[in-house]
Design a protein around this ligand. Structure first.
Ligand code: FE2
Length: 194
């Protein structure tokens, strides 16, 4: 049985970028629902007892969607922390970003553009490809870059439930503010893990 992992901070910590009310629903209701549905779906199947990563790599349809949504949300919470906690990309990540996009600002602009232009629901990721280079990966719905063999480094949830209570339909505004709460220490560690 999968359980909802605890949040790495209190629910008001991301304010004013993301409100406690959004986390009450997004973490408390949506993330929890994906966990519950996944448990129901895998009961008595070959996936009972498998790791979340294995289920993501091997399943399709509703099982994939719910497993990936569980993983994606857990990763998304870790990608953020209080805006008052200053962090910046590690030297290694900063260099890789500079090599790929010219500067951190240029990368952020590209990532934001990708997050804003994604049609419908999904996730935008910074990934490290198998050759070690960085790329922006735009994923529809529950899509997870591990399915393509990429290493996830950073993600932004652009499903409406991530921002509607705080920004209504202004996704671009949410994405702009998202950078204030990115936890570069966690993100850098994902890059260096590879
Ligand atoms: Fe979400």
């Amino acid at each position: 049985m999968f359980e909802l992992p605890s949040l790495p901070y209190e629910k008001e910590v991301l304010e004013p970028v993301i409100s406690k009310r959004t986390l009450d629903f997004h973490y408390g209701k949506h993330h929890q629902k994906y966990v519950n549905t996944l448990n129901d779906l895998i009961e008595g199947t070959e996936f009972e007892g498998a790791s979340l990563e294995d289920i993501i790599k091997k399943s399709k349809g509703p099982t994939f969607n719910n497993a990936a949504q569980v993983w994606n949300h857990t990763f998304y919470w870790k990608c953020m922390d209080s805006a008052s906690k200053e962090s910046s990309p590690s030297d290694a990540l900063a260099k890789a970003i500079k090599d790929q996009w010219g500067s951190l600002k240029d990368f952020q602009e590209e990532f934001s553009k990708s997050a804003t232009s994604l049609f419908g629901s999904g996730w935008v990721w910074l990934v490290q490809k198998e050759d070690g280079s960085l790329a922006i990966f735009q994923g529809q719905n529950a899509e997870n870059p591990m399915s393509e063999g990429h290493n996830p480094v950073l993600t932004c949830d652009v499903w409406e439930h991530a921002y509607y209570l705080d920004y209504q339909n202004a996704r671009a505004e949410y994405v702009k503010k998202f950078w204030d709460v990115v936890n570069w220490d966690f993100v850098s560690a994902q890059f260096e893990k590879k």
